[in-house]
Each structure stands twice: as C-alpha cells, then as structure tokens.
Design a binder for this molecule. Sequence first.
Ligand code: PLP
Length: 465
Amino acid sequence: MTTALPDHDALVAMDRAHLVHPVAPWRLHEQRGPTVLSSGQGVWLKDDLGNELLDAFAGLWCVNVGYGQESVVQAAAAQMRELPYATGYFHFASAPAIRLADKLVQITPASLTRAYLTLGGSEAVDAAVRFIVQYYNNTGRPSKKHFISLQRGYHGSSSTGAGLTALPVFHRGFDLPLATQHYIESPYPYRHAQGGDAQALIAASVAALRAKVAEFGANNVAAFFCEPIQGSGGVVVPPQGWLKAMADAARELDILFVADEVITGFGRTGPMFACDAEGVEPDLMTLAKGLTSGYVPMGATMLSEKVYAGIADGAPAGAAIGHGATYSAHPVGAAVALEVLRLYEEGGVLANGQRVAARFAAGLDALCEHPLVGEARHRGLLGALELVSHKASRRGFDASLGLADRIFAAGYRNGLIFRSFGDHILGFAPALTITEAELDTLFERLAKTLDEVLAAPDVRAALAA
Ligand code: PLP
C-alpha cells in the first residue's frame, strides 16, 4: 500500500487542466492523469506515491550516467554562479561552449570538424536540414532538394524533421511528409524478406537507396538520414556492416550521409558512437540525449569540413548564415556536457556499459523461451523484445487487446519501467552505470511481468487462435 503525498491530488488536477504532454493522446491523458516522478538515484526512480521503480529506459534513452550524479549537479551550479548565460551571437562565446565543441570534434569520427550546439535532438536535425539546403545552394547545386530516410525512422518532431521521421503519428494532421521527403525500407531483420541473410539484407538496403536516388536523379537528391540502430521505430538492429555499406553507397551516389546518433551516441551501443564500430565517417552527425545525460537540454549538429566550408565560402562575403537561437551553445548545457563526457571516459561509465552488455544480452536472449517473445535483439545496452501471438508465423496481436498499455502497467506494478511500443515491442536502454545485480532484478521483474500478461485469458486465447 502506498499513501498519496499531500500535494499529489493537486498536482494531478493541475496537470489535467494545463500541461500539454509530448506525443500523447491529449483527451485520454486528461482522463488518465499523469504519473508524477519525484526523485532518482542511479537506475532507481521514485514516484510521488512512494513507488520505487527500476528505470530500464534511462528516462527516454538519455540518462546514460544514471540519476543523482553529484559532480554533474556541481558543474551546473558552478557555471550558473559564474556565468549562467552567454549568447553566441555578435561573436560572443563562453569557455565551456568552446571547450565542448573542441571535445566533440576530438571524440566524433575524424570527418567531423565543426560543432553547432543546440537544445536537443529535434533542433539538431532541423539545423542539419537547414545547413544541407544552404550547402547545396552555396555550392552551385540548388536542385539537390530531396531527402531520403528509413521507414520506421525517427528524427524528432520539428516542422521539417518530423517528415524525415517515418512514423505515421508524427505526420497525421501535420501535412507531412513534404513532397521532397522519401523513405526506403527499414533494415529490420525480423520482418524483412531478406531477414535471414545479413549480406542479402545489406545488399537490398543499398539497392533500395540507389533506386530511390535514381527515381529523382542524383542531381536532385541532397542527403540520406539514418539512425545506426532505429530507436523509436522499435529498436531495429541492422546487421553489422549495414551502416558502412549505406555510408559508402551515399558517397558513391554523391549525396550527403547523415548519421543520427541522438540515441546511439555516447556509449549506448558500446563504443562512444555507433559509427565507430564500423569506421563510418559521416558528412553530418546529430547528437543529443546522452550528451548531457538529460540533466539539462542540449544537442549538437556536427559538420564535416567540406560541408562547413561549402556554406562559409559560398555565402556572400561577410553575410551572416541566418541560423541560430538564444540558447545556442548555452554555457550551462556545455558545462554539464563536459562533466558528463568526463564521467563516460575517466569515470568509467562507458567501460561499465561495455562490461555489463553481455549480461544484458543474455537476459534478453533467455526470454526468447517465453511463449510471448518472438525475438530478442540488442547491441550494447540498447535492446528489445518483440512479442508475437504465433512464433512460427511471427504474427502480432490485435490492437483491440490494448496490450501495449497493459504490459506497461503490469511492468510498473512490478517496479519496472521500460518502453512499450504500440506494435508490442518492448524497448530497453538502462543507464550505462547499471550493475549486474540490477540487471538481474530487471530481468526477474520483466519475466514476472510477461508471465502475468500471459495469464490473462484474452492473451491466452490470442496465442491459441
Ligand atoms: N533523433 C533521434 C534518433 C531520436 O531518437 C530523437 C529523440 O528521441 C530525436 C532525433 C529528437 O530528439 P529530441 O527529442 O531531443 O528533440
């Protein structure tokens, strides 16, 4: 039994009345009300009713260093005391922003030499699109206007970036995608016709990119955007070698290759960046989330020297490149990011993530035996279980069962938070600081949750059908 804290009911009422939630069914949320989180330590969260929860999703795949890292709090407080704000306009800068740009150039792939610091991932993607348009206009190729991305891809929800995102809920009612935004099939082994054969799947993806570019003509295509592992599309893990093959194909096709590492960056898949695992050197890279581990908002758009110089030298001499925001390169965000990056490297956070990844993989793989689980997939500390009602045919569940919400609620009752996607994929991305003992707790609670869901008569009936 938990007892409501005194202001719980008042908070819930105010939320229902006034707070617009991101990517939520607005009226349904008003009826349901919020789950109010109140504190966190390590991988553990508490809600305002006193429930303790193991957060197997690091907030929204962002709190890579875990909650309660005092040195990050100190870095933010010190910067706020010293200089809480400095504009980047009018040639001003702050020391942490300059140091962060330098650090990001050091740790990202060698092709990337310039950093534009944003407030998050959507803004980083939006900046990337604007820079690409400017790049081609400034280098005498103004016809290159078409953008290609992957089905099931997620690239944020800015007014243009949401059209690179290929999830219908981000398009419906928003007049997207634009006529210049196109998709190729997701490299989704479990659901792809070539899924059983890694090389065939990679070849099919490369062929699809070539065909899509041919459809419009390379002179009209600007860029290919992709996540190295698709996150919000259901943790789609392509075969090793896929990213490199796509980067090489883009180069051959003379279109820019943009790696969106908003989720996969900063150790989530093992190395600092997923690009590192395959020696991929993108033309642009978008970053956020793990950059500050969610302690304050910040993202980055990394540019190659070719793209930077194309923009800089193609603009009329002395003319401003008209892209920026009040909070670009915010000193507090930058100070936090520098401390978070120190924790990844000197603090051993990345190394811990790499060390416990085998246990994470084993825990997910073991659940393949469960009657509800069709597939486990993972890389580093990013993983998923795909639930099916029939393993041999890989048949899913009827949406009318409302299973995604029921699984999430059952997990919560068992003290576990994970992502429960609408198509019955469960996503996991714990803090990179998680211990093996905490992973064992995670999997105990997950198995219990799956067993409870399986015990429901309508779920059993779906499996028997
Ligand atoms: N790109 C990817 C791959 C993401 O996963 C996200 C967010 O989940 C974004 C961009 C957008 O980032 P933000 O939510 O910080 O705007």
